[in-house]
Design a protein around this ligand. Structure first.
Ligand SMILES: O=C(CO)[C@H](O)[C@H](O)COP(=O)(O)O
Length: 491
């Protein structure tokens, strides 16, 4: 293994490193999706070389563009198509942007439609990028998010797309010319022309530009774009990537979509003392050292005044109070309740993106913002964690969901478990999370109309999921291959 020398590897070297790492996943006999671009070309060349030396046999490739077809043929890779092979074993391709949830923007080279077809038909889609492609949210690089449209009536389609993003600050939209395509993609060497750029499918590309990236629910935005007659496809690849191989100057990082955050350190010790944590008198941490009389008085009066629904509605604060540390104290860390229920302490400055990269497919929320019956308020990727706050991670599929009582119970259980871990069995957190969660699982009187729609069955399922996550957390067996790091080496 060789460390990078001098100024470190060039961007093209990083692309090659990522590509070669991806090609290690290719096996003889596979049907491959062959990507397009200045990164993917390294994979094509490498596959060709391995075929020539006999290290790989019987591989066939489906090119994602005419350009890829030509480059693959030159590299000696036998070609086929989706009609002959509707299921692809492995696709390897570059991307223009990768967000913390492994959503992509592709198509600055103009091949997004075929890319999406081939990569969408793949059992595994491995994305290869250098670190410059990582963004906190799609569109945030300020470069184009492309939409392929039919040439007929293209200006009407463009107007409709413009209307869709009306009022979005800094939004811009342009028909792509051949000249801009050549400029935007490192691999398009065609001469500059002012005519519209024509895709391999003889369509046009309309480019969307977002000054601050795309805010909001990407799935809904995708649906809105695709509903416009005249739009064929767009370059947001949502949930399609299985893994992303990122070549950084200090090494290669492989992020798996289904990864559990195994790289996160386990939480370090928290010091808790007895104090009243909140103006309302029913969340109290009691240590062994507290006087029993005092404790029992507090507990009984607390329990008498405890009304479960109110607790559920504001339990985010309690979770926060339980883990955050003494009120008025100088908070030096933030805490994050991980998807497995463990609590991680963050001692220095960090933003949501850094944590989300470690737990792909999850979003981060400040526990204080959580109220049963209200929607989650996810942190945007570039938002900084505030010291003293307690955050929780939830799977991306819940990003538009309403916070359920089971979510609160799960967080409180995690918080309670952490406290007990630190202080031993003498520490108690009220309300008792186990008690709350049992009621939740057995059926919970809804606080709001939205919540009314949720069945107790769903809530019970959530509790089961959480228990499962906890049990996974307890398991010492690694469940997934996830983030592997190694120094850059020349292969
Ligand atoms: O989507 C693509 C082409 O349509 C490319 O994968 C994307 O533009 C990345 O290209 P490069 O590897 O040259 O940066």
């Amino acid at each position: 293994m060789l460390a990078p020398q001098g100024g470190g590897p060039s961007q093209d070297e990083l692309k090659r490193v990522a590509a070669h790492r991806a090609v290690e996943l290719v096996r003889s006999g596979m049907v491959l999706g062959l990507g397009t671009g200045s990164t993917a070309v390294h994979a094509l060349d490498r596959i060709g070389a391995l075929l020539r030396t006999g290290h790989l046999r019987d591989v066939v490739g489906i090119p994602t563009s005419e350009w890829a077809a030509a480059r693959a043929a030159a590299a000696g890779i036998p070609l086929t198509d989706l009609n002959a092979h509707p299921v692809v074993d492995l696709s390897i391709d570059g991307a223009d942007e990768v967000d913390p949830a492994l959503n992509l923007v592709k198509g600055r080279g103009g091949s997004l439609l075929r890319e999406k077809m081939v990569e969408g038909a793949s059992r595994r889609f491995v994305v290869i990028v250098d670190e410059s492609k990582l963004v906190p949210r799609l569109g945030a690089s300020g470069l184009a998010v492309p939409v392929e449209v039919i040439p007929f009536g293209w200006s009407l389609t463009l107007r409709r797309l413009r209307t869709l993003f009306d009022g979005v600050p800094g939004f811009n939209i342009k028909l792509r010319t051949a000249a801009t395509n050549a400029k935007a993609s490192a691999f398009d060497e065609s001469e500059s022309k002012s005519e519209p750029f024509l895709t391999d499918n003889k369509n046009y590309i309309v480019d969307l530009f977002f000054e601050d990236g795309i805010h909001g629910d990407l799935k809904l935005i995708s649906d809105d774009i695709l509903r416009i007659t005249g739009v064929i496809e767009h370059g947001m690849f949502l949930g399609l990537a299985s893994s992303v191989i990122i070549a950084r100057k200090d090494g290669v990082v492989v992020v798996d979509k289904a990864a559990k955050p195994t790289r996160l350190e386990s939480s370090s010790a928290f010091i808790f003392r007895s104090y009243k944590l909140h103006p309302r008198p029913f969340v109290i941490l009691l240590t062994k050292s507290q006087r029993p009389a005092h404790s029992s008085h507090l507990i009984s009066s607390t329990q008498r005044s405890l009304r479960l629904r109110r607790v559920k509605a504001s339990m985010g604060n309690y979770v926060s109070c339980t883990l955050a540390g003494p009120p008025g104290g100088h908070a030096r860390s933030a805490k994050v309740i991980l998807p497995c229920g463990r609590v991680q302490r963050i001692d220095g400055p960090a933003n949501a993106a850094e944590l989300m990269l470690d737990a792909p497919g999850h979003f981060l929320v400040d526990s204080r913002s959580m109220h049963v019956g209200r929607r989650f308020a996810p942190l945007s990727a570039d938002e900084d964690l505030e010291m003293g706050h307690v955050y929780a991670m939830f799977p991306m599929k819940r990003v538009n969901a309403v916070v359920a009582a089971a979510d609160m119970a799960a967080l409180l259980m995690a918080a309670r478990k952490e406290v007990r871990r630190e202080l031993g069995a003498g520490a108690r957190v009220l309300p008792d999370a186990a008690h709350v969660s049992t009621e939740v699982a057995e059926g919970y009187a809804p606080d709001s109309e939205q919540n009314a729609a949720r069945t107790s069955l769903e809530e019970a399922a959530e509790m089961r999921e959480f228990r499962y996550r906890l049990s996974m957390c307890r398991s010492r067996r690694p469940t997934l291959e996830t983030i592997a790091e190694e120094p850059i080496c020349s292969r």
